[in-house]
Design a protein around this ligand. Sequence first.
Ligand SMILES: [Zn+2]
Length: 384
Amino acid sequence: MNNNNSRPASDDNTDAFLKSLGFPSIEVHQSFSHFDFTRPGRRVLVIGPMGSGKTEFAARVWRDASVAVSKGPAVKALTSTGIADRRNVFFIRSVLDASRFEDYPADALPYRGGYVRCGENMARISDSFGLEKVLEDNPSVGTFIIDEASFFDERIVYVIRKHSLQRGVMFVMPTLILNFRRDIFNSTARLMLDIATDVIPLTAYCDHRDCLDGAFYTYRYYNIDGRECPALYFDPLIIVGGDKEKSGSWAPNYCARCDAHHYLPGKEYTFFTLKPLGEKAAAGDSAPLERELALLATDKENSALFCSMLEQYASLPDREVYLDSIRVDFIAEKALCYLVCEQNLLTDDQVVSIASRLGLNTKYLSQILTDNGRVIDFGQRLLF
Ligand SMILES: [Zn+2]
């Protein structure tokens, strides 16, 4: 018996229907429905980690629309607001995403196991102004699927809301919402949660070999000599790279993990130790920060980071995986990048002089600083 008053009437109807067929009392889940093109102005967020079928969901919207389009004129009245018909679907993705789809035809909406071709109803944009142009050029389109909408500028959120409110246009947005730290991905993702009318959460299987639970989280790890080495909490927020399997310290791998197998070492250290050291350096005393960075660069097992992890994880069954996180190279560079890009604590000159004194890898450092929006040219500066 389910006495929950908030249960939708359609679920009670499903229960009654199944009972009428002679099913015994069983757990009834919500049925998979065809996509609803009748309600105007919906902003549908489809969220989940990689491998959860976000793009496949988008492809299903596309296939459902092709069925709806074959119906008679009475349906058109239900699915249209003005000249925009929501059965007319358009697929939008980023110009930067070309490599993700390089094995498919240029107009393909690919998903695991296949793809649909969008023909003319597909565009690549680089920002919210590009979306506005596509919307203006296609006034009869009533549904826009925007792949990875949170990768675009914040302004896109308000372009989406405006067109859905003013013209009844529907937006379907398959996107990552959480980053590898389990934080909201960025400010665009935060704003998209604000304006969404529907949220469809999808899960993948947890990628851990001993687990069959559903996975909500994106896990970042490095493959060092065949070992899974979790990214530390202060690993750079953005590391530019493709989808392919990587090994070594330069580029991480990603997979979907459940709560128990999503290892994220060093969070406490980041706020308890690293950030205060950065604040001290910002106030003029950089010696304590440099001491810790020197240990992270050359004598990791004596660093405050390692001590903190031993204290926190030593008694856990998965302690080895947590501690393997320090097998990754460039931890001092990552720590410095975190203090510069995310906490805005050090000047360019401080970064250059610390990197020089400690002999840090400036090639790696300048790469991750650039990826995270801070360009420091180590080659052009006087190293002292
Ligand atoms: Zn798991």
